[in-house]
Design a protein. Sequence first.
Length: 137
Amino acid sequence: MTERLTAEQYQNELEGTQGRDKRRVRGAQRTTTADGITHDSKTEAQRWAELQLMQAAGEICGLRRQVDIPLHGRDGPIMTDSGKHQRAYRADFTYVDKRLGCAVIEDRKGHETDVFKLKRAILFAQGIEILVSKAKG
């Protein structure tokens, strides 16, 4: 007997993507740090460790990760296609820089996607600027 596949399963088999997380950008691999937190990439995990050291040294405070920031347009909240939920940008890290006395929204990127660029532009129109940090290499 022949195994039946849906069209999507067949396409995945042809592309060799069966079982892979399609949200990963350019081969980024999820990484778990020593404190048991899972990050979307190795560079994000490295930056988290750096920020924890900065917080321990008293340079920053209020360090948080994976913070959702609601998106607003000219006519109000930007909703999902179903209209049931408000769209949001998920920041990798947020903290307060004590030296500058300001809140920082930071995203660790190896590659800026079109969706990220769009959300960054929407947030900029809301008066929110995102600090994009890149891995030193």
